[in-house]
Design a protein around this ligand. Sequence first.
Ligand SMILES: O=P(O)(O)OP(=O)(O)OP(=O)(O)OC[C@H]1O[C@@H](n2cnc3c(O)ncnc32)[C@H](O)[C@@H]1O
Ligand SMILES: [Mg+2]
Length: 169
Amino acid sequence: MKLYVGTKNPVKLAAVEHVFSEHEIISVEVSSKVSSQPFSDKETREGAINRAMECAALSMGGLGIGLEGGVMEIKESLYLCNWGALVDEKDTVYTASGARIPLPDEIWDELKKGIELGDVMEAYAKKKDVRKKEGAIGIFTNEMVTRETMFAHVIKLLKGQYEVKKNKA
Ligand SMILES: O=P(O)(O)OP(=O)(O)OP(=O)(O)OC[C@H]1O[C@@H](n2cnc3c(O)ncnc32)[C@H](O)[C@@H]1O
Ligand SMILES: [Mg+2]
């Protein structure tokens, strides 16, 4: 079955390929229809669902996946948050979220100025393309968990829920 993924980001695609190795994966650029830097769980989740729905529509009876990164506030802390959505051939929507860790205040200050996390991380880590490599989660966990492994976990949560539903049908 064809699996459309709503991103061109190589790290997100690598995570999908790792979990859905038996599927033909097609990478497409779609709109998340939320801000480029989501600032809540709600908005980040919505971005993932919007991407997955557009992918499912393009797949014509296949599967669609959307992955979205964002940040969310809890009390005095700003956390990294990530969401994934899978839309199956029957238009059922499955969702799952990823591990979250607090971000340093200096990162929050930069985000408040309207700079996207990907750009903030490049300056902070003095590295290019952090968003396409280890990600903020990799930088702040000494690469114990990278953006790819974090998204792979989210995708496993989606695939597992889909399989349970399919096995019941
Ligand atoms: O091409 P797409 O699929 O859009 O991939 P992206 O890297 O832009 O990722 P998102 O749109 O899902 O993330 C929204 C914003 O947050 C940034 N971001 C989210 N998680 C990140 C991480 O772990 N490391 C670096 N930047 C991250 C990202 O660069 C964007 O500016
Ligand atoms: Mg983006």
